[in-house]
Design a protein around this ligand. Structure first.
Ligand code: DX5
Ligand code: ZN
Length: 229
């Protein structure tokens, strides 16, 4: 089994907002600043309207990320994700998250992810009830609350996500990591932490910043200030 997903408050930079001509350098910059979870967004042009990246990008980053003691967190925004789990495992994913809305076979997909030695997550979009996680809460490692509609970086945080995170936390066993994705910045980060999230994905606020390393450190400080409050 891969290393554990961190349980302390953690910022996971999303490479979706990176400059792809400088992807390796930008990942090195945020990892030098302390980032240990690198989030990779996979879009299929069907479950969500746009296309993004696939296993090749995971494979290109795997050595660099694992040599620096990090994990690759793959977020599959694809229909019938169970078809692609094996490809992402071979490419070097450490955790793979599938959408509850994307397949009738969530339990099967989770089992396939675990069989491949990865941590398994289930994501829900803003219109899906936390109850969608109830039957699998005992077998997942990560529950992901989308705080924007999946498919694009740079959207505004949906405020109703704060209450939803609390409801998700309430039905999840303690060991399940609560991840939040979309619109995370210095304003929303402390509030999602206050609502129970510990793994915060940030695309435009970190990788889209002029200095990703500095943006990562500033955002982590803002998020962890809420823990202390
Ligand atoms: C959106 C993706 C996110 C995206 C977040 O569909 O799942 O991971 O990179 O981008 P920001 O942080 O800019 O909202
Ligand atoms: Zn994502």
């Amino acid at each position: 089994m891969s290393d554990l997903i961190p349980t302390e408050v953690t910022i996971a930079p999303s490479v979706l907002s990176a400059d792809f001509a400088r992807l390796g350098d930008q990942v090195a910059e945020v990892m030098a600043a302390g980032a240990r979870v690198i989030h990779v967004d996979v879009m299929d042009g069907d479950f969500v309207p746009r296309l993004s990246m696939g296993p090749i990008v995971v494979g290109a980053l795997r050595e660099q990320v694992s040599a620096a003691g990090g994990l690759i967190d793959v977020h599959l925004m694809v229909r019938r994700p169970e078809r692609f789990v094996a490809d992402f495992i071979s490419a070097g994913a450490d955790s793979i998250t599938v959408h509850a809305e994307a397949t009738p076979h969530i339990d099967y997909a989770i089992a396939a992810i675990h069989d491949g030695g990865c941590r398994a997550g289930v994501a829900i979009t803003p219109s899906t009830s936390p109850q969608a996680l109830a039957e699998v809460a005992d077998v997942i490692d990560i529950a992901l609350c989308m705080s924007v509609n999946p498919g694009w970086g740079g959207q505004a945080f949906i405020e109703g996500s704060l209450d939803k995170l609390k409801r998700m936390r309430a039905i999840l066993p303690d060991h399940v990591v609560l991840e939040v994705d979309g619109g995370i910045n210095a304003h929303s980060a402390p509030r999602v932490v206050g609502a129970g999230a510990t793994l915060l994905v940030a695309g435009s606020a970190v990788m889209g910043a002029s200095d990703p390393a500095e943006a990562y450190s500033d955002l982590l400080r803002a998020a962890r200030a809420a823990t202390a409050a």
